[in-house]
Design a protein around this ligand. Sequence first.
Ligand code: UFG
Length: 327
Amino acid sequence: MILVTGGAGYIGSQFVRYYTRCRPTEKVVVLDNLVEGHLEALDGLSNVHFERADIGDFENVKNILSKHRIDAVVHFASYCYVGESQENPSKYYQNNVAGSISLFRAMEECQVGKLVFSSSCATYGVPVQELINEEHPQNPINVYGLTKLLIEKILTGYADTKDWSFTALRYFNAAGADKSGLVGESHDPETHIIPLALKTALGTKEVLQIFGDDYDTPDGSCIRDYIHVEDLAAAHLLALDKLPTQKGGQFINLGTAYGASVKEIVDVCEQVSGKKISHTFSPRRKGDPARLIADASKAASYLGWKPQHDLRSIVETAWNWETKKRY
Ligand code: UFG
């Protein structure tokens, strides 16, 4: 049986939904403290056992691992606001790093040595090449990225000393929503460009700020590689299935290799919603590199993964969710 930490969060719950769709006879244990997660994200899933717990609660996690005879962990639980991590680094070190160490210690005691970890392209920092592959130097420029890098290193230590097999999946910009429209992105406060653009289309946000129009990009706005959450979910299942035959750690980018500018996002959001998105240009946001685009060839060769959703489909599913948002 697998344990999914952060399984009531945006990406974690999408993975749980995908897993139970693909493996309808298997049960999943979801561990979430519901600080950022939403119990409603698990609505309609019958094969899920929910445990409200914190990854840092060592005794509790140990009991959950042994009670459910867990043999692999998919570890999503994390704080993930780049801006907040700069203002309150201790919160991120405590939850993301110390919490993960506590989880790993519980896994070690229960002899669970298989794990898929949610890492991030934020571990790379400012790109030194057009397409970022897994060998790109890792020099994070914010605390959030640093916490993800530290956890990758800690896991490497477990692989070297305790024979763990793990895969760290480095996501680019997660976006979109489940095609059912039942689950999707719900952050408070929301800081991500696609939900903010769609809220502006809906009229629940007055004006969208575009941070910077003087970048060295064709239209002057920042370029990112947006990847649909369902594609992320599919990659996790492929990575999980590889673990029993995998030795040590693997690090894999998850992106589409297609970069979309902020202005392009606004255009696609206008097309999909059929509404004008009122926007202004503001100064650059601190810590935003001009472009972040994945070389996703390792995900294809190692996992046999190929994203199924393009930008249009990302925005369509996000719009479907935003217009009937339940939580
Ligand atoms: N942007 C705007 N206006 C907004 C919000 C964002 O112009 O109101 C721009 C940003 O400046 C950036 C782009 O839209 O150029 C994307 O910004 P997001 O906030 O949507 O996403 P980020 O690229 O900042 O962050 C994402 C994930 C992080 C991850 C990071 C890796 O949310 O978890 O990618 O770089 F760490």
